[in-house]
Design a protein around this ligand. Structure first.
Ligand SMILES: [Fe+2]
Ligand SMILES: [Fe+2]
Length: 164
């Protein structure tokens, strides 16, 4: 059951090849595992609840920071699906914030913990595999395209003015 997950291993198939993004995804996994470990403890010892909420808050803040980085990359690169990608980020933030508030008022329940896990594990990993990878694909295509133009211009200059 998803509530009993206390660790999620980083999977190299999630690597995008974009340094900043990969570093942040890995750091997200570190914070995710911190939270999951604490959630497993809280399931049997409710005194851990305060620490658990703190870890969920860290994770959420980090996810927000990471989303901002990606949104900046998208805007700078002129990514055409910027809005739908940003909407996915907003969807995550909104749902995790709602669950955080619910946890705070209701306390730790296996049902709520399971719902939190759905967003912070499955949703996040699916988002990397689909939305983030689409962005990466676009960036790679763009770089290749620029390189081709550069090569063409180089050839043209060489043919017009000879070798440098
Ligand atoms: Fe991401
Ligand atoms: Fe993203």
């Amino acid at each position: 059951m998803v509530t009993e997950i206390s660790k999620v291993d980083w999977d190299t198939s999630l690597e995008t090849g974009i340094d900043d993004v990969d570093k942040q995804h890995r750091q997200y996994f570190v914070l995710l595992n911190d939270y999951l470990e604490k959630a497993a403890e809280t399931a049997t010892d409710r005194n851990q609840f305060f620490d658990l909420m703190e870890k969920l808050d860290f994770l959420q803040q980090y996810a927000k920071e990471h989303f901002s980085t990606e949104e900046l990359i998208m805007q700078e690169a002129g990514f055409p699906d910027f809005e739908s990608h940003r909407d996915e980020h907003l969807y995550f933030v909104q749902h995790v914030e709602e669950l955080y508030t619910q946890l705070k008022s209701v306390g730790f329940t296996p049902e709520l913990a399971r719902e939190v896990n759905y967003y912070i594990i499955e949703w996040f990993v699916d988002h990397i595999r689909q939305a983030d990878m689409e962005l990466v694909e676009f960036l790679h295509t763009k770089v290749t395209w620029h390189r081709k133009i550069f090569d063409q211009l180089n050839k043209l200059f060489t043919s017009l003015f000879g070798k440098n």
